[in-house]
Design a protein around this ligand. Structure first.
Ligand code: 8YV
Length: 332
């Protein structure tokens, strides 16, 4: 029987590609070219599976052009690059990589929030420019993290992991807003308080965004929301570009309507809004919150596990639309 064919759309660990070769005919992309939509459709033609990352958009046009496709396995927990309704309608199973990156991403979110509150990037740039000639009582004074109020917008797995760090490690008061409230058992160890969004914005000393991107969360933080925040507050985004209106944020930072921001994700990344590059009070990182060697390997392995199970008639560990039963085995 002919083995299924899969596309590995971006460069990934060679060991993981090798594992896929044990099961499939693999078309990989070691030069790590980012495919245009037509290139992606051409490379996917006739393939049953795709190993994707956030850079590949799987929408109805792509699915319509690739009717043999049965599974799309994203190496990411976020899947706003997939049109899930279209996948489900066309019987394509979609999978993601939750859990394996939760603690690593929470470590980074907390670190970015601390770097923002304590002005680490700004002061490092000053030192590198050779401007540090003497101590001053108010040199790069920031705001405390310990004991402050941590606001979390999006209290899923990663949000809760950040809240744990704040509450248990730094004595922070945790407030949060989410589509649904946590159970009392989840709230109690963190003394987490569920509040409406306006209260969250008004009361947080350090606001961290960890909600998924969707049309509903587009510009969840814009000029009106920034205006509710304390002038001493910080904003950290480790979720997705587009959740924050970056142009409005650049203005708020320039006018010191909030103290500082830490951003790992951007609208239209890898492009960064020029206004953000001009202001000193923002820490900017290139979408690396899940980037540890061990975690990236776990993500790649889980995406491969999903692909292998789905195309070999097994049960994929982390389906997004489990109602789709992936057809087993060979092509067609
Ligand atoms: C990925 C992420 O590195 O998992 C996610 O949702 O944002 C990151 O961990 C990125 O999406 C590449 O696929």
């Amino acid at each position: 029987m002919t083995r299924p064919s899969v596309l590995v759309a971006r460069a990934v660990f060679p060991e993981v590609v090798q594992r896929l070769r044990e099961h499939f005919e693999v078309d990989d992309n070691p030069s790590d070219t980012i495919f245009t939509k037509s290139e992606l459709m051409a490379r996917l033609a006739g393939k049953q599976g795709a190993f994707t990352t956030g850079s590949e958009r799987i929408d109805d046009e792509v699915l319509a052009a690739c009717p043999q496709l049965k599974v799309v396995a994203n190496m990411a927990v976020g899947y706003n690059n997939f049109d899930i309704a279209a996948c489900t309608a066309r019987g394509v199973l979609a999978t993601n990589t939750p859990d394996v990156l939760t603690e690593t991403t929470a470590d980074f979110g907390f670190a970015l929030m601390m770097a923002t509150a304590r002005r680490m990037a700004e002061s490092e740039h000053y030192l590198r420019r050779g401007e540090w000639t003497r101590w001053a009582y108010d040199m790069f004074t920031g705001s405390d993290v310990h004991g402050a109020t941590l606001g979390i917008l999006g209290m899923g797995r990663i949000g809760q992991a950040i809240a744990r760090r704040g509450a248990l490690g730094f004595g922070m008061k945790v407030i949060y807003h989410n589509r649904s409230r946590l159970t009392a058992e989840q709230e109690q160890p963190l003394a987490a308080r569920y509040v409406d969004k306006a209260t969250l914005l008004r009361e947080a000393d350090h606001l961290v965004l960890v909600l998924p991107y969707s049309p509903q969360s587009h510009h969840a933080i814009g000029a009106a929301e920034l205006a509710l925040m304390k002038p001493t507050a910080t904003l950290t985004n480790v979720a997705r570009g587009g959740i924050v209106d970056d142009a409005a944020l650049a203005v708020a930072l320039r006018e010191r309507r909030i103290a500082a921001a830490g951003l790992d994700v951007f609208e239209g990344e890898p492009a960064v809004h020029p206004g953000l590059l001009e202001v000193p009070n923002v820490v900017l990182t290139p979408h690396i919150a899940s980037a540890t060697v061990a975690t990236r390997r776990r993500m790649a392995d889980l995406a491969a596990d999903n692909l292998i199970a789905a195309l070999n008639g097994g049960t994929p560990p982390t389906p997004i639309n489990p109602q789709v039963r992936a057809a087993s085995g060979g092509p067609g």
